[in-house]
Design a protein around this ligand. Sequence first.
Ligand SMILES: [Ca+2]
Ligand SMILES: [Ca+2]
Ligand SMILES: [Ca+2]
Length: 173
Amino acid sequence: MDDITAKRLIFAMLDADGDGVISAEEYFARAERVAAATGRTKDDPLVIAARTAGQRAWTAMDANGDGGMTFDEYEVWAGARAFDAVCEPVLGGLFDLADTDGDGALSLAEFTTLRTALGNPVSNIRAAFSVLDVNGDGQISREEYLASVRAHVSGEDSPMGEALYSLGAAEVG
Ligand SMILES: [Ca+2]
Ligand SMILES: [Ca+2]
Ligand SMILES: [Ca+2]
């Protein structure tokens, strides 16, 4: 998968209503949905952390402050540097929300909850899970997860591309 294809797929996932613009509402709704799906309250420290990371990221993403991000803006912005500075804390925050037993890894059940909350297909979820469980220990560790997404958004060959799209699962943004 080449860089621009990967970016188009990620953009399409974040533009939930398909109007060609990622809105602040669409972006912030992700953490709220995962929080709700995992039964967390608004004052849960992990919910606050995820929300704060999302707001910080959005400030960087919507650089001209018009409340939306088009694909042209996203394409220029996205990449390894943006991932490290901006996206990783957001994805880590969503990961932590989904890690309901707090053991630092996602079980198949926790992963399924995350996928469902983010509105991604959960068909073939077992195949997606095993692609992201790089060391095959039956858990997706935080490191496995973030490294796979980073490789994907950087345009490198990554199991995330397969897990996200051909298999219809997993998380980016
Ligand atoms: Ca939209
Ligand atoms: Ca866990
Ligand atoms: Ca693993």
